[in-house]
Design a protein around this ligand. Structure first.
Ligand SMILES: [Zn+2]
Length: 169
């Protein structure tokens, strides 16, 4: 009996070199590439930087192979880097590298220091915090301990715990 087998029907004749599948992302002329993002955090950065509100091309590469990290995410953005606030990047991970691209070439590699203040990114988890009743107040956290990377709520001093993902605005 003859059965359909898509896999077999598609086998290339012997002698034909099989093309390796490659991820092809267009080259950026002007913009920046965020490299060494911990795997799984690219979408968070996408929202933090407000890229969902911009009209510029963005490529998100998830789980790219990395010798140093095993897996990493990469974000390629074609817009003026100076129009965005990159402070929050170091808060997500200090090892994220910003490659600034001009004329299709990397002209600068930047690392951002931990921001002293973070506004409008994460939410205070203390139910007695004033921001729970005064919802028009901006959520502000300050860097309480630079070595341990601890942030605390400006209003009630509640420590921010990173694992609590749903507390992000
Ligand atoms: Zn608070």
């Amino acid at each position: 009996m003859w059965t359909t087998n898509i896999g077999q029907n598609n086998i290339a004749p012997s002698g034909v070199r099989k093309e390796k599948y490659m991820l092809n992302i267009g080259k950026i002329e002007e913009g920046f590439v965020l490299d060494h993002i911990p795997a799984g955090k690219a979408m968070r950065i996408y929202h933090y930087l407000g890229l969902d509100k911009l009209d510029c091309p963005v490529a998100i590469i998830k789980n790219a192979r990395s010798n140093a990290m095993g897996k990493k995410d990469i974000l390629k953005v074609e817009c003026d880097i100076n129009s965005l606030n990159m402070d929050v990047l170091a808060f997500i991970d200090r090892n994220i590298t910003i490659n600034v691209i001009k004329g299709g070439e990397i002209v600068e590699k930047r690392k951002v220091p931990l921001p002293k203040m973070i506004r409008g990114v994460m939410k205070c988890s203390n139910p007695r915090c004033i921001t729970y009743t005064e919802t028009n107040l901006p959520q502000i956290f300050y860097l309480a301990d630079e070595q341990k990377e601890i942030y605390r709520c400006k209003y009630c001093d509640e420590k921010y715990e990173e694992t609590d993902a749903e507390k992000f605005i």
